[in-house]
Structures are given as structure tokens and as C-alpha cells.
Ligand binder design. Structure first.
Ligand code: ADP
Length: 663
């Protein structure tokens, strides 16, 4: 009783679960509908029914083709079903698959079905109306396709698997001319059987060229036995050998490995198992089949009528394994046009092209950088050199400017000095004119007096005369300077007796020297010396020098004379006066320059005497020198080149006192 109750309760709970599940499913569907209407979240639901299993290389490549077309997750919701019929394909299994799909898809609105490979298409043809009613179907991977298959199935379209066994045999015959026997290996799968049927169909075509042998559904041992016994004139065609007679399944890799280990003969294929040990063949690539059927399904989903779509053969191409071509010495040139060759050894360039391109790029960048750096370095060196050159130029310019500045300073100070000298000269000139003029005017006025004695008159007249003389000297100096300035000074040479001239000069100064309490000495020879030179200028030179000596000597003596040297006449004027400081001696011969600061003598003269002396000596081709010491006296020596005639030992009377002093 209790157990009955428990079962009833459990059934009730189960019922509640199922109801809840169904209502949840319905509400989910309703919600999905609502979303798809308002937000357009809807995706087209596609069931991909693959006859085989994952990691079966054919199925995987085919699915890659499908995904290449239906991979957009925003557009398509894929329900992928691997039927695994290579490993299990009895009727009970198919029936159970049907029930599963019925259950699984009962509430799902499926928009389309992709039936990949024969077992999937056959399943759909038989059960599609129940499991996916009114759903369009696109198929691929069908070996033995017949349009009759689709009779009464208007929603079906797709691509079928193209095989060209004859093309393969023609190729084998061409590259292996010795081959006259072909062995076809197949299992009991529908694909294998379909291929064998195709081979049988073309057998008459090769009647005179090849004999056909079919090794179908063989146990590996017997297959091995037969394969190892084949003659050298045989080639092997691997059609399909994955299901063993005991119903077990092996992979294509295992199968080909086994077959190629049983024989050293070339093994060809009709499926894309190239790369697993076969030479190659005219094959149909599963990728294109998957992609082709997916494309057709997309067209149907967009509204195209499946019955309007032509059912075409899938693409075929020759594909070879380079290693096997090498092994059987098949020349690449013998391959059909457009053949694909895998495992081809890559050249160094193919292998490392990316790296090489990058290295080249980096090298180019480095080279550009290096050249840019060299360019910039050179430019900077040039700029440095330019800067150095400019610096040197600037330094030169600066030192030149300094020199110019110094010269300007010197010129300025000279100009100032000259200005001062000219001012002093004008003052002196005025003084030099006024003093004698005042003397003349004053004494002339005194002469008019009635009570002036005779002696006084004579004294006044003497003073007027000396004042006039002083003015004459000034006028002479000015005239000479103006002649020097205008360049009109000329030498007027004549022959004269030198001692007479000196005597005259001596007499001229004697009285004045004495009056000042000084001694005047003339040093000369007793001979008669006749010279040829400009007498007036010599006279003027000696007058100027002696006048200065008289002016600046306040005690002692004044001496003048000559030294009768060979060729030149050397004259001198020597005094024991105030002397000329060393620092002034180099400027003393310039115009207007005066040294004495009226310490010991009132100012006289205008600073032209020595300038005239120097000009005259220079004009006469001579030289003048000064040796002087402050407070000790001065010695002026000058030479004049001249012709001279000496008449020896003739006594000359040049004044008693002077001669006495001279001796
Ligand atoms: P000044 O008319 O002033 O004498 P000078 O050219 O003859 O012009 O002389 C220039 C200056 O040289 C004089 O002012 C004086 O200072 C100095 N001088 C010339 N001769 C002598 C000398 N014998 N003794 C001292 N100073 C002299």
C-alpha cells in the first residue's frame, strides 16, 4: 500500500516537472518570439547533421567549410549533430537517433538542415518529414548521387561528390608507364561501395591498358598478404578502408599507414587523404563540399526555391605529396596543370621571407639612421668649423676694433692735444705780437717827451729796435711755417765762408748773452772753410737754436760751433740751461710744442722754432739730434751734407773775448 502511494506521488511529481518544463519551454519560446519581434535578436537555426564523427579528418575538413560560411554567430545558431555512422550504422541506431532528434527538436523552430555525407542525407530522406517537417535541406558528400533520390523532396538541394576514377587511372598510366594492373581497396561503407561501383563502370574503358582487381572488405591479414605479393607493374588505389570486417573503425591515417606498409608500390587515392602516405590523386576536397552546401542553404534561407537550385558536382583537383613524388621519381613537370603539391620543401626565402623582410627593413632603417647621423655629424662639424671661423673672424675684428679704438683714442688725444697747442699758440702769438708792439708804442711815446735826455733817447731807440727785431723773428717764423705747410720751401745753395757766418751770428748774440750774465762761446777752426749749402737756412737754424739757448739758460754758458767731419758738416749748440725732460724730447720738434712751464723764465715764443729747424735740416738732407738733461743743459747736434773747401792754418779773427773763451 505504502509503495503504491509512493509511486503515485513520484508520478505526480514527475508530471509536475514535465508540465513545468513544457510551460517554461513555451514561455521561453514566447519570450524569444517577443524579443525577435521587438529587438530582432532572432538568428536562423540550422541543424548540421554530420554523418561521421569529430577528429575524422574528412568530417573535420568538411565542417571547416561549413563554418567558413555559417560562422557568423549573430546570424546563425548552429545545432551540430555528429551521427557517428562510420562506427555504428545499424537500423536500431538510426531509429534511436531519430527519437533523440524528435525529442530534442520538438519545440525548436529549425530554419534549415545541412546533411553532410550520404548517411545524413539518407537519414533525412527517410525521417526528415517527421523530425524536421517542412524544413529545407542542403546536402554534400554524396558519392553515388542520383537525382531520383530526391524525388518527392522539393525542399532538397546541394552538391554531390564528384569522382573521376578514369582521370586518376590516366594519370597513373602516364607517370608509371610500366603499370598494367590496378588494385582497388575498399571497405563495406556506402562511400567505399559507391567508388568501387564507379571503378567497375569504367573498367571496359581501360580494357587494353589495365587490368582491375578489387580488394573489398578484406581482413587486414589477407589484404597484407595480397598487397605484398603484387608485381612491380601494379599500382594501388585506396578508395576507402576504414571499417574493418569485424565492424571496428580505424582512422584514415591508420588505414593508409597500414596499406603503404604492406607494399612498396605507389598508392593513390580518390579522397583527400594526401599527406598521409599516398602519392595523391584527383580528389574532391571536403572543405569545398561543406562550404558549397552551406552556401546553397544560405540561398534557400534568403528565399530562393530549392527546386530552382541546380545540383552540381563538387570541385575536383589533383593533389600530391611531394615526398611521395620524390620516392617514385615523378617529375613535377608531369603533373597536370593546377595541381596542388603539399610538403614541398620550402626554399630559404619561402621559409624565412618574413624574417628576411623584417631584417632588411630594420637594416634599411639602421642604414638610414646611420647615414642621417653621419650627415648630421658632418653638418655639425661643418657648423662647428664655421662657428670657429666666425669666432676667429670676430676675434680678429674685435682686435682690429681694439686697434682702431686705440688709434681713435690716440687720434682723439692728439686732436685734443693739437687743439690745446693751437689755443696755446694763438695765445702765445698774441702775446708775442703785443709785447714788442707795446714796447715800440711805449718807448715811441716816451721819445716824444721834452725832458728826455740824449742817452735815454738812445736807450729807448735800442729797445724799440729790439722789439722790432723780435717781431721780425716772429714774422720770419710764421712765413717759414707757411712755406713748409704749402710745400714751397726751396733750397737756395751758394758758396760762402762758414767762419764768417758763425762770427756774424756770434756778434749778433754776444751783447744779449753778456747782458744776461752768461758766456757765449764759438768753437771753430782757424782754417778758411768754404761750403756750398743754403746759407740763409743754416743761419736761421743756428739763430733759432741759439735764441732758445739764450731764452732757457739763466747761468753758465752757451756754446756753438761745428765739427769738421769728412763729407758732412756737423754743427752744435750747447747750453747750461734748464734742459728738456726725457719724456718731452721726442715731441719737442713738433709744431707748437713747448716744454717749459714758466718755472724759471717768462713765457716767450710760439713753439715754432724747433719745428722750423727740423724741417730745414731735413730739407738740407741732414739729421738733428738732442741730448738734454733737466736742469743741466741741452745739446743740439745737426749734420748737413755739403761740398766744402778747407784752406788750412789761416787765423780768423772772430772777436777777442769769444776767441779767448773758445781756447
Ligand atoms: P719757442 O718759441 O717756444 O722757443 P721752440 O720750438 O723753439 O719754440 O722751442 C720749443 C720748446 O722747446 C720751448 O718752448 C722750450 O720749452 C723747449 N726748448 C727749446 N730749446 C731749449 C733749450 N735750449 N733749453 C731748454 N728748453 C728748450
Amino acid at each position: 500500500m505504502n509503495s503504491k502511494l509512493t509511486i503515485t506521488i513520484l508520478i505526480f511529481i514527475r508530471f509536475l516537472h514535465v508540465e513545468a518544463f513544457v510551460s517554461a519551454q513555451k514561455s521561453g519560446d514566447n519570450k524569444r518570439e517577443a524579443y525577435s519581434k521587438s529587438w530582432d535578436f532572432s538568428r536562423q537555426r540550422i541543424v548540421v547533421l554530420n554523418a561521421y564523427h569529430q577528429k575524422y579528418h574528412w568530417a573535420d575538413q568538411l565542417m571547416d567549410g561549413v563554418f567558413s560560411e555559417l560562422g557568423d554567430k549573430d546570424k546563425y545558431e548552429l545545432y551540430i549533430e555528429y551521427m557517428d555512422t562510420k562506427r555504428c550504422s545499424d537500423s536500431i541506431y538510426y531509429q534511436q537517433l531519430k527519437e533523440i532528434y524528435l525529442h530534442k527538436y520538438r519545440g525548436v523552430k529549425v530554419d534549415g538542415v545541412l546533411a553532410c555525407d550520404e548517411n545524413a542525407l539518407n537519414f533525412m530522406l527517410q525521417n526528415g518529414d517527421d523530425v524536421f517537417p517542412e524544413v529545407p535541406v542542403s546536402f554534400c558528400g554524396i558519392v553515388g548521387f542520383d537525382t531520383l533520390l530526391l524525388k518527392g523532396h522539393d525542399l532538397y538541394a546541394g552538391v554531390y561528390e564528384g569522382f573521376d576514377v578514369a582521370d586518376n587511372l590516366e594519370f597513373i598510366k602516364r607517370v608509371h608507364p610500366q603499370v598494367n594492373h590496378i588494385v582497388f581497396i575498399s571497405d563495406s561503407t556506402s562511400s567505399g561501395k559507391a567508388l568501387i561501383a564507379k571503378a567497375e563502370n569504367i573498367e571496359p574503358q581501360f580494357k587494353d591498358k589495365l587490368t582491375f582487381e578489387y580488394l573489398i572488405h578484406q581482413h587486414p591479414d589477407s589484404l597484407k598478404k595480397r598487397l605484398s605479393a603484387l608485381s612491380e607493374t601494379t599500382a594501388v588505389m585506396w578508395c576507402m578502408y576504414v571499417r574493418m570486417p569485424d565492424g571496428s573503425f580505424i582512422s584514415t591515417e591508420q588505414s593508409i599507414d597500414f596499406v603503404t606498409s604492406c607494399t612498396h608500390l605507389p598508392v593513390y587515392c580518390l579522397w583527400d587523404v594526401v599527406g598521409q602516405g599516398v602519392v595523391g590523386g584527383n580528389i574532391t576536397p571536403p572543405f569545398f563540399q561543406g562550404a558549397g552546401s552551406a552556401k546553397i542553404l544560405k540561398r534557400i534561407l534568403k528565399g530562393e526555391d530549392p527546386s530552382d537550385i541546380e545540383i552540381t558536382k563538387s570541385l575536383l583537383y589533383f593533389k600530391f605529396d611531394y615526398n611521395q613524388l620524390e620516392k617514385y621519381e615523378i617529375d613535377l613537370a608531369d603533373l597536370p596543370n593546377g595541381s596542388i603539391v603539399i610538403n614541398r620543401p620550402t626554399s630559404f626565402w619561402q621559409k624565412y621571407s618574413n624574417e628576411i623582410v623584417w631584417i632588411l627593413f630594420v637594416l634599411v632603417v639602421l642604414l638610414i639612421s646611420v647615414f642621417t647621423l653621419i650627415f648630421l655629424y658632418r653638418k655639425s662639424r661643418r657648423a662647428e668649423g664655421e662657428v670657429k671661423r666666425k669666432n676667429t673672424e670676430l676675434e680678429d675684428l674685435s682686435s682690429n676694433l681694439k686697434l682702431v679704438n686705440q688709434e681713435l683714442k690716440i687720434s682723439k688725444s692728439r686732436a685734443e692735444e693739437s687743439d690745446k697747442l693751437k689755443t696755446a699758440f694763438l695765445a702765445n702769438l698774441s702775446h708775442e705780437i703785443r709785447t714788442p708792439m707795446n714796447g715800440i708804442m711805449g718807448f715811441a711815446d716816451l721819445l716824444r717827451g721834452e725832458d728826455v735826455t740824449k742817452q735815454e733817447k738812445l736807450d729807448y731807440l735800442g729797445l724799440i729796435e729790439s722789439s722790432g727785431q723780435r717781431m721780425l723773428v716772429l714774422i720770419d717764423d710764421l712765413v717759414n711755417v707757411s712755406k713748409i705747410e704749402s710745400g714751397t720751401l726751396e733750397l737756395v745753395e751758394s758758396k760762402f765762408e762758414l767762419n764768417n757766418l758763425l762770427k756774424t751770428i756770434f756778434l749778433f748774440f754776444e751783447k744779449e748773452v753778456k747782458a744776461k750774465g752768461l758766456k757765449l762761446k764759438l768753437k771753430n777752426d782757424p782754417d778758411i772753410i768754404i761750403v756750398r749749402m743754403d746759407r740763409t737756412k743754416l743761419e736761421q737754424i743756428l739763430y733759432n737754436l741759439l735764441r732758445n739757448a739764450l731764452k732757457f739758460t739763466h747761468q753758465g754758458s752757451i756754446e756753438f760751433g761745428y765739427l769738421n767731419n769728412h763729407g758732412n758738416m756737423g754743427f752744435y749748440v750747447k747750453d747750461s740751461g734748464i734742459g728738456i725732460p726725457k719724456e718731452k724730447q721726442n715731441v719737442i720738434f713738433e709744431r707748437f710744442v713747448q716744454v717749459n712751464d714758466n718755472r724759471e723764465s717768462p713765457k716767450q715764443g710760439v713753439g715754432l722754432g724747433l719745428a722750423i729747424v727740423k724741417e730745414f735740416v731735413d730739407l738740407m738732407g741732414g739729421k738733428i739730434q738732442l741730448d738734454s738733461e733737466k736742469d743741466k743743459g741741452s745739446l743740439f747736434v745737426f749734420t748737413i751734407p755739403c761740398e766744402k773747401i778747407v784752406v788750412e792754418n789761416v787765423a780768423v779773427n772772430i772777436g777777442s773775448e769769444a776767441i779767448a773763451d773758445f781756447k
